[in-house]
Design a protein around this ligand. Sequence first.
Ligand SMILES: [Zn+2]
Length: 303
Amino acid sequence: MRSGGIWPIVVALLLAAGAILVSPLGSWAQAPAVKVTRLSDTVHMLRGRGGNIAVSVGVDGVVMIDDQFAPASKIIADAIAAIDDRPLRFVVNTHWHGDHTGGNKAFTALGATIVAHDNVRAEMIGRWFKDANGAFVASDALPTITFNDRISFHLNGETVEIVKVPASHTDGDAIVHFTGSNVLHMGDVFFNGLYTFFDGSSGGRFSGMIEALEVGLAVAGPETRIVPGHGALATRADLEWHLGHLKVIRERTLAAIAEGQSVGDFIASKPTRDLEEAFDGDYKVMAAEKFLRFVYVSLKADN
Ligand SMILES: [Zn+2]
């Protein structure tokens, strides 16, 4: 589909720019650049202007999960060095979007090897990303190690399991479980307290999102600390609650499709009115209308 016309390219450009995912840039500009939260002796969460980052630090060096936008690389590198100044060894990309991979070039220059699912590398080839100066360029920092199902790291005193989940946000999503630290990074499969988004231009599916959240739920225990792709640090209960809401929305959408409602009538009926508050977190990534259109189109395509 990527070469099928102008729209996939426009969508990719908007995604690379973060324009769809991060429309309230104004409010982020005033926020502290990077907020660090310690989750265990080794694992920390970093929140900034793109997707949430997790880092593992310790005797074996530094490993990052996702690396946000290129213009933020220096601030992020400084924040990590302030936690632990040992060498950066690996960056794992949970998926290809520019707000999770934009720092690949800068962190490769610092010595990191980029690791991701096979489809992440394939999706990045031919896409355009914002460089450190804000110009659009083809990615020149692709993953050099890719996996097709799962891969494990054994470092900093624990096993870190990276597992591909069903095509959901994209066709290359993986979740990352720090087994000893009891921390789970869900990538953009999980937007905590926010309208979720899936990228139909690269294989994203709403039903896949529900399946992928179920994989995360099976991995998480009651005390697991969950790093969502966007939104605040979460618990297993938050994940379960979010999944429950998406299932309600799926049921209602499938019922509307079965009744023969058009997408316009479905949206006009405000089918998630009673759930609005639940999906209106500290900032709104996506309006209900846009979200419902994605859900309807994706579920209709499945049937
Ligand atoms: Zn994403």
